[in-house]
Design a protein around this ligand. Structure first.
Ligand code: DGY
Length: 327
């Protein structure tokens, strides 16, 4: 039996699963994540760490945790921990693939629609008493139906976004490391080099993980390649976008707007120039936040921990330690 540290209160049955499997569980009760030194101390005393995307697990923390066998991230992304370094120490890193794709795709669409049709700006204005009359020129947005959508990263979330676009009779372009001929045939998708996708799209939606290759994938040159009428949607990671370049692109009119569920840093400081643009929608990294999905994500993280503490491989590994820790 092991000791599990959970870095935040989580919904669903995760806690019950862990305790039913005989493990002792300590849940951090704060509304904010444990500070780094606390997280390090908790990991040092645990056999399993149940973490979220805002728990940055450094290689030093792993090295100082002699009993730790698994870092189970309650997320599909895992840029908050180095899986290669962890594998070198015999520690599994796991994620929660599959379960959040549809929920995240729903949110990408919510953001796209909100930015295209001034949903947030209209709501804000209405609450402030600005609704004086029906106006032929007020809050003119852009049509989504029939427009061109560019999807950057055609993993499970990108694909789920593309499926929704067919209902809007959109032309859908995608940029991805691998061509996906079956999806091209099924959904009518067209593969493009990134520069061409950017030049042709009315909406660009980002769905790549954050890696050394994708950091600042969208920077000054990429914004310059976009249509001045185009809208950027980001539900992936803030680091995929060079935020200073985005601010400049919005200032100069290189693009028409942005809808961001992720930023750099998170939370976005209140003095960020991004808040000053009426054509920017910002949400607090909630793309996977439905009760059902977050509950299932938590349960998957628990299931990965239970497997590893039983001495078997986890269900959703993102690394493969040659010599997983046994004690
Ligand atoms: C993920 O899963 O990577 C999201 O960013 C958090 O749900």
């Amino acid at each position: 039996m092991g000791h599990v540290f959970i870095s935040r209160a989580v919904p669903g049955r995760a806690l019950d699963l862990l305790t039913a499997a005989g493990h002792s569980v300590e849940t951090w009760s704060g509304d904010l994540p444990p500070p780094p030194e606390t997280l390090g101390a908790k990991l040092a005393a645990a056999h399993a760490a149940f973490t979220t995307v805002v728990d940055f697990v450094s290689t030093g923390m792993l090295a100082a945790a002699p009993r730790l066998k698994i870092v189970a991230n309650m997320a599909v992304g895992y840029d908050n921990v180095d899986p290669v370094a962890a594998a070198g120490m015999g520690i599994w890193v796991t994620n929660t693939p599959g379960v959040l794709a549809e929920t995240t795709a729903d949110m990408a669409w919510a953001l796209l629609m909100a930015a295209a049709r001034n949903v947030v700006a209209g709501d804000r204005d209405t609450r402030a008493g600005g609704w004086q009359t029906w106006s032929p020129t007020g809050f003119l947005g852009v049509d989504v139906f029939g427009a061109t959508l560019g999807i950057v990263g055609l993993g499970e979330i990108g694909e789920a976004v593309a499926r929704r676009a067919t209902g809007f009779k959109m032309r859908v372009l995608y940029h991805s490391r691998t061509h996906k001929p079956a999806l091209e045939a099924d959904l009518g998708l067209e593969h493009r080099p990134l520069s061409e996708l950017l030049a042709e799209s009315d909406f660009v939606s980002l769905h790549t993980p954050l890696t050394a290759e994708t950091r600042h994938l969208m920077s000054t040159g990429q914004f310059a390649a976009m249509k001045p009428s185009a809208i950027l949607v980001n539900t992936s990671r803030g680091g995929v976008v060079d935020q200073d370049a985005l601010i400049e692109a919005l200032r100069s009119g290189a693009i028409a707007g942005a809808a961001l569920d992720v930023t750099t840093p998170e939370p976005l400081p209140l003095d960020s120039p991004l808040y000053g643009f009426p054509n920017v929608v910002i949400t607090p990294h909630i793309a996977s936040a439905s009760l059902a999905t977050r509950s299932r994500m938590a349960e998957m993280a628990a299931e990965n921990i239970i497997a590893v503490l039983k001495g078997t491989p986890p269900i959703h590994p993102v690394n493969h330690p040659a010599n997983p820790r046994q004690t």
